[in-house]
Design a protein around this ligand. Structure first.
Ligand SMILES: *[C@@H]1O[C@H](CO)[C@@H](O)[C@H](O)[C@H]1NC(C)=O
Ligand SMILES: *[C@@H]1O[C@H](CO)[C@@H](O)[C@H](O)[C@H]1NC(C)=O
Ligand SMILES: *[C@@H]1O[C@H](CO)[C@@H](O)[C@H](O)[C@H]1NC(C)=O
Ligand SMILES: *[C@@H]1O[C@H](CO)[C@@H](O)[C@H](O)[C@H]1NC(C)=O
Length: 214
């Protein structure tokens, strides 16, 4: 079983793709914005604010259950990609879980091994203010039965990520992006998470940002 998990994680981290020489994956800037996760059944799984530090590779996402949407998941996640740590925070319960991150793919940045798919013009390319030019990147995720597709603007602002597999598919959309970290405190480990040991991962479990929604 351990071998199977290791293999899964390895495949997650080393997708084999051949980068087009003219299109190197870009990296997004520091950002604050809103993110929604919608299943293909039309259900909004989560909606909330994110903060992303592109230098320190840290992401906070808090979904807001009090929004006037019928969201099914309340999550508060703090991910340190370089350290390989994911915190699941429950502020209502004043509890926190510290987990080992198995896969660094997330909806706010293009992975280094992503494959360039195409440049598309959403809306109108010729009418001022009515179009958006996007680069689309793709790659396999976790195992060879799941894939992602991420669309970014020419300035590398992430617009959407589509995750699809035989069993689950969902669309993550980013809105109201500002190119700054408005509240740096959101990227600091909260008191309730401090000094915690890293939880043992149970067999077959993969911890990642996207796995929170699968
Ligand atoms: C992003 O924000 C962090 C923390 O404020 C800062 O150290 C870093 O230089 C910023 N990165 C960019 C590319 O502006
Ligand atoms: C959730 O939304 C409500 C109403 O829009 C707002 O007052 C609250 O601050 C939000 N909470 C978070 C964690 O974003
Ligand atoms: C909210 O979602 C639940 C479960 O998907 C459903 O049973 C319920 O009818 C929905 N409520 C509204 C107001 O859409
Ligand atoms: C609080 O934590 C307990 C145990 O971890 C869990 O069973 C319960 O569902 C949590 N309550 C809320 C409101 O999240």
């Amino acid at each position: 079983m351990f071998a199977a998990v290791t293999l899964l994680v390895l495949m997650c981290l080393t997708a084999t793709t051949h980068a087009d020489h003219h299109h190197q994956p870009c990296h997004s800037p520091n950002m604050t914005g809103m993110m929604s996760v919608m299943s293909l059944k039309g259900e909004v799984k989560a909606l909330g604010a994110f903060t992303y530090d592109s230098t320190a590779k840290k992401l906070r996402f808090r979904s807001n259950e009090s929004q006037p949407m019928n969201t099914s998941l309340g999550v508060d996640l703090l991910v340190f990609f370089d350290e390989g740590i994911l915190y699941e925070i429950d502020s209502k319960n004043q509890s926190c879980e510290k987990k080992k991150l198995h896969c660094t793919l997330h909806p706010l940045d293009v992975p280094d091994d992503a494959k360039f798919y195409s440049t598309v013009h959403s809306g109108s390319p010729s009418i001022e203010g009515e179009g958006l030019k996007l680069n689309v990147w793709t790659g396999p995720f976790s195992d060879l039965k799941a894939y992602y597709s991420i669309s970014v603007t020419m300035g590398c602002l992430p617009i959407s990520m589509f995750y699809f597999s035989e069993t689950t598919s969902f669309l993550i959309s980013n809105m109201e992006i500002e190119m700054e970290i408005k509240d740096p405190d959101l990227l600091v480990v909260p008191n309730i998470c401090q000094g915690l040991p890293v939880l043992e991962t149970s067999e077959g479990t993969v911890n990642s940002f996207l796995h929170e929604f699968i």
